[in-house]
Design a protein around this ligand. Structure first.
Ligand SMILES: Nc1ncnc2c1ncn2[C@@H]1O[C@H](COP(=O)(O)OP(=O)(O)OP(=O)(O)O)[C@@H](O)[C@H]1O
Ligand SMILES: [Mg+2]
Length: 227
């Protein structure tokens, strides 16, 4: 698997390039930090990867092998939905369904994908256990702390065995200790071979951990040397 941004420009509003000639590659198995000030374009990059947005010029390419490549320009929505099943997305504000318990929050995507019940139950408990939150399976989101809710949302992202986790400020609402717990979960996931791409402002995480950064400033990649 490889994700390639080929001279990507994204314009939401006239005369303002949210991304300007962004060019990089993410390789299979990497742990990547996407950094830069507010408004620099981090979320836009993640949206381009899950093809919620398309570039105005340039191309985003997600390639599994020569026979299975998704291109931003010519992939129809039906294929984009298949692509999204192969990636896991984690948000700052968790985005759990408030009226469903933790088990159902994780089960939801698997049901949509047509997984049979017995297999589904096993898989849900497996991923909840892997993020350390299986004991809360029958609780509702409002009964959980922020850190616990983020464990659930990571479990949900893992359910379909994604090739990449895209995380948008996943520790933004959490205290420092909890942020580190979440990072350790991502490190375990990464150790099992899943690529992680995490947008973050958290300087301590970025400076302490040995991962590659893609640093954005006003829509441009600052550290072009690391491509
Ligand atoms: N849907 C949209 N319509 C118009 N402008 C947008 C839209 N989404 C993002 N932008 C603009 O694009 C630029 C990049 O936004 P983006 O959300 O990617 O930044 P970010 O780095 O994720 O910021 P933050 O750290 O605050 O989350 C900003 O100038 C923003 O105002
Ligand atoms: Mg953002």
């Amino acid at each position: 698997m490889i994700i390639a941004f080929n001279h990507v420009t994204k314009v939401y509003e006239k005369n303002w390039k949210a991304l300007n000639d962004v060019h990089f590659i993410i390789n299979s198995g990497e742990f990547i930090f996407l950094t830069g000030p507010s408004g620099a374009g981090k979320t836009t990059i993640l949206k381009l990867i899950y093809m919620d947005e398309r570039p105005d010029t340039g191309e985003v390419l997600i390639s599994f092998n020569k026979d299975l490549t998704y291109r931003s320009g010519n992939t129809p929505l039906s294929k984009i939905q298949l692509l999204r099943r192969k990636l896991g997305i984690v948000f700052q504000d968790f985005k759990l369904l408030p009226d469903r318990n933790i088990f159902e929050n994780v089960a939801f995507a698997l049901r949509v994908a047509g997984m049979p019940n017995l297999k589904l139950k096993k898989r849900v408990y497996e991923v909840l256990a892997s993020t350390g939150i299986a004991h809360k399976a029958l609780d509702f989101p409002h009964q959980l702390s922020g850190g616990e809710q983020q464990r659930v949302s990571i479990a949900r992202a893992l359910a379909n065995e994604p090739f990449i986790i895209l995380a948008d400020e996943p520790t933004g609402n959490l205290d420092n200790n909890t942020a580190w717990e979440i990072i350790r979960i991502f490190q375990d996931i990464n150790a099992s071979g899943t690529t992680i791409c995490m947008a973050t402002h958290n300087k301590e995480l970025i400076d302490t951990l040995p991962y590659r950064h893609l640093t954005l400033k006003q829509g441009g990649l600052v550290n072009r040397d690391i491509i």
